[in-house]
Design a binder for this molecule. Structure first.
Ligand SMILES: *Cc1c(COP(=O)(O)O)cnc(C)c1O
Ligand code: SF4
Length: 335
C-alpha cells in the first residue's frame, strides 16, 4: 500500500490567500457550523442569484445558535431577497453612467475611483454591486494602462481611490504595479483604499503589504468597512495597528442595516471599539436601494433619530456622518 506523505508546509497557517480559498461558500455548511441546520429550509434557491461567501475567521465571530446574529444576517441568503420591492433597482448608485475611462468612476471633484478588482472576500447581501458587472469592468491586467493614462492626464485629480470589489483582493505586487503607474503623476497626492478585508480577513494586512504601503510617497488613507462591534476582534485591531504603523490614516464606513446595527447602543459600541483600534468613524450610509436588499432598509427619520442619539452619548468625533449616495450629486448627500 502506498501512503501519501504529508505535503510540505509551504504556506504558513495565516497565509491570506489560503484563508481566502477556504472561505465558506455553501449556505448549508455555514448553518451547520453555527448549529442552525433548521434554517436551511428557508434558504432561497440558488442563493438568490448572489453567491454566499464568508471567510472562516469571520464565521468564528458569530454566535453559534443565534439566527439573528448580526454578522450572520449580513452574509446569509434570505428568501426576503426575492420579494419585489418598488424603487429597489439593479444599478442603485448610477455607476454605469459615471465611467471616465475603463475601470475609472469619476463622480466627485478631485477624486477618481479605480475599480481595481471585481472580487471580495465576503459577499455582503446588502451590497450595491450584487448586480453590477464589475467582473467585466475591473481595471486589472492589460486594461490598467487605459485607467492609469487617464489618471495621469487629469491634473485636477489629487486623490486616487482604490475600490472594487475589494482592491486588497489583488496581490501586493499587483498593487505596486498600480502605484508605480502613478509615480509620474505629481498631482496625485493621496491614495485612498476602500476595503473590507482588514475586517473580514485581517491576515491580508501582512508584512509584504505593509512594506508596500509605508514605502509610498503619498498620503495614505484606508477606509475600512465594519457595521457591528462584534466584527472587530483582536485580530482586526492588530491589523489596524499595522496599517497605522505603515502611515495610514484609518477611517470606517458602515451601512445602516435593519436588524444588524439599527440601534443606538450598537452604533455607539461600534464607534468606541473602532476608536480603540485607532479608527475614526467616517460615514454611516443609508442603504443603496438595490434589488434584493429592501429588507435591510431603515427609514430616514429613524436613521436621523439614531444619529441624534449617538450625538447625545458620544464625543463629536465618534459620530459618523449619515449620508446617502444620490446619482448625479457632487458628493455623498448628508441627511
Ligand atoms: C463615495 C465615492 C467617492 C468618495 O467620496 P468621499 O465623500 O470623498 O468619501 C469618490 N468617488 C466615487 C465614485 C464615490 O462613489
Ligand atoms: S464591495 Fe464591500 S460591501 Fe460589497 S460585497 Fe464586497 S466587501 Fe461587501
Amino acid at each position: 500500500m502506498i501512503t501519501a506523505s504529508p505535503a510540505p508546509a509551504q504556506l504558513s497557517p495565516a497565509d491570506w490567500r489560503q484563508l481566502w480559498r477556504e472561505a465558506v461558500t455553501d449556505a448549508r455548511e455555514l448553518l451547520a457550523l453555527l448549529g442552525l441546520e433548521a434554517l436551511a429550509a428557508r434558504l432561497p434557491p440558488d442563493d438568490a442569484g448572489f453567491a454566499l461567501r464568508v471567510p472562516r475567521g469571520f464565521v468564528a465571530r458569530m454566535r453559534p445558535g443565534d439566527p439573528h446574529d448580526p454578522l450572520l444576517l449580513q452574509v446569509l441568503p434570505q428568501l426576503a431577497e426575492l420579494e419585489p420591492a418598488p424603487g429597489f433597482v439593479r444599478d442603485a448608485v448610477g455607476d454605469l453612467g459615471a465611467r471616465a475611462a475603463h475601470g475609472v468612476l469619476q463622480k466627485y471633484a478631485g477624486r477618481a475611483l479605480l475599480i481595481a478588482s471585481g472580487s471580495c472576500a465576503v459577499n455582503c447581501r446588502y451590497c450595491f454591486r450584487r448586480h453590477f458587472p464589475y467582473a467585466e469592468e475591473i481595471a486589472a491586467a492589460a486594461r490598467w494602462r487605459e485607467a492609469l493614462a487617464h489618471l495621469r492626464a487629469d491634473a485636477s485629480l489629487s486623490e486616487v481611490i482604490l475600490s472594487g470589489g475589494d482592491p486588497l483582493s489583488l496581490s501586493t505586487p499587483k498593487l505596486a504595479e498600480l502605484t508605480d503607474g502613478l509615480a509620474d503623476a505629481p498631482h496625485v497626492r493621496r491614495l485612498r483604499i476602500h476595503s473590507r478585508l482588514p475586517v473580514v480577513l485581517p491576515e491580508r494586512v501582512d508584512d509584504e503589504f505593509c512594506a508596500w504601503l509605508s514605502g509610498l510617497g503619498l498620503r495614505k488613507v484606508v477606509v475600512l468597512h465594519a457595521n457591528h462591534p462584534a466584527e472587530l476582534d483582536a485580530g482586526v485591531a492588530a491589523a489596524c495597528g499595522r496599517l497605522r504603523e505603515a502611515g495610514a490614516t484609518l477611517l470606517n464606513q458602515s451601512v445602516l442595516l435593519r436588524g444588524v446595527n439599527d440601534d443606538a447602543a450598537v452604533l455607539a459600541a461600534l464607534s468606541e471599539r473602532l476608536f480603540e483600534a485607532g479608527v475614526l468613524p467616517y460615514y454611516l450610509h443609508q442603504l443603496d436601494r438595490v434589488e434584493g436588499a429592501a429588507h435591510f432598509e431603515v427609514g430616514d427619520d429613524r436613521a436621523r433619530a439614531l444619529v441624534e442619539a449617538l450625538r447625545a452619548r458620544l464625543p463629536g468625533y465618534l459620530v459618523p456622518r449619515l449620508v446617502r449616495e444620490v446619482a448625479g450629486d457632487a458628493g455623498k448627500r448628508p441627511l
